[in-house]
Design a protein around this ligand. Structure first.
Ligand code: SF4
Length: 332
């Protein structure tokens, strides 16, 4: 099982590789990837340096081209792919069918991984992507239960990668319109959810208010820790009750305890979310997961996640809380 870690910049890449990542994933400084935040991502020089650093240390660097090109901008995704191929990336992570097709014909030597954004959840869909577009791996959406992942792994014609740790996105991946509805920018096309340019913080005598394009997303009491105002994780008033997390609470996914099950099922890779997080975060999370995967390989069914690992991950989680998310849904 491969450990795939986030690299928002060269320092994070180095931390991930040094801490034991088998692969890192990264993006260029534009809307061709789903973490197009200011100050993040790679220039051409940094990309080359990052790919080389990973290679020198026995790891691979995957280039995320996982947003959906608009009607007039396809050439930008092509140019980004050309840049990645020149740098020698280990794989492209792609959601758009047209781009996958173009890559198959123009950069056949670079493996193609189906992005989580493509939302493929059946063996039939994976087989079609393999047959027609030559994907080698698919990243599964975070809406599947552990049992559904197992069932898919039994039949999948391609390698499977699943999310293991980090922020949750509750929508059918690649199909969330909340951010574009409110700000005109979406993770699907511009590579940014709830963009920082639309965020306003306002202190009032009673509270701290977080607004997105003028809309109140959350209101914090003076001693309450404030989170980034992601639209789906705000507190809203939908009836007579006090405002509450109607869509999703700000918690992080943590599948440490499912590791033996995922390994047994034949899942090829686990992914850590968080290209927007700091290099220190990347180092700490990678270390824990490296140790856990190695221990699970040795101990098999006897594997038990160490309390110290759980505590370290909880401390790095959104709201200092973790969840198994959809993996724990027994009714799915
Ligand atoms: S608003 Fe929430 S569900 Fe939608 S893309 Fe952003 S993080 Fe995901």
């Amino acid at each position: 099982m491969e450990l795939v870690c986030p690299a928002g910049n060269f320092r994070s890449l180095r931390e991930a590789v040094d801490a034991g990542a088998d692969a890192v994933y990264l993006g260029l400084r534009d809307e061709t990837n789903a973490r197009h935040f200011s100050g993040l991502n790679f220039t051409d020089n940094e990309l080359e340096k990052g790919v080389q650093y990973a290679r020198d240390h026995g790891a691979r660097a995957f280039l995320a081209l996982n947003t959906f090109p608009g009607t007039r901008e396809f050439f930008r995704w092509q140019q980004a792919a050309d840049r990645g191929a020149r740098a020698g990336v280990g794989a492209f992570i792609v959601a758009d069918i047209g781009l996958l097709d173009w890559l198959q014909r123009n950069h056949p030597e670079t493996p193609r991984h189906l992005s989580v954004q493509a939302s493929a959840t059946s063996a039939a869909a994976l087989e079609w992507y393999r047959r027609e577009l030559g994907i080698r791996r698919a990243v599964l959406p975070r809406v599947l239960s552990a049992l559904q992942v197992e069932r898919l792994a039994e039949k999948s014609p391609v390698e499977l990668e699943v999310f293991a740790f980090g922020s949750l996105c509750i929508m059918a991946e690649g199909r969330c319109h909340l951010s574009s509805w409110l700000t005109g920018q979406s993770p699907n096309q511009q590579g940014v959810c709830s963009p920082a340019s639309a965020v306003r913080w306002q202190e009032t005598p009673q509270s701290l208010e977080a607004r997105l394009n003028g809309v109140l997303i959350d209101r914090y009491a003076p001693d309450e820790p404030a989170a980034y105002p992601t639209l789906c994780k705000g507190r809203y008033q939908s009836d007579e009750r006090d405002p509450y997390y109607g869509l999703e609470e700000p918690v992080s996914l943590n599948t440490l305890e499912l590791l033996p099950q995922l390994m047994r099922a034949g899942v090829s890779a686990v992914k850590i979310e968080g290209r927007q997080r700091s290099p220190v975060y990347v180092r700490q999370v990678t270390r824990v997961w490296r140790a856990a995967i190695d221990a699970c390989r040795e101990q098999g069914n006897d594997f038990v996640a160490q309390q110290a690992w759980r505590e370290q991950l909880a401390a790095l989680s959104e709201g200092a809380q973790t969840t198994l998310g959809a993996y724990a849904r027994t009714w799915q």
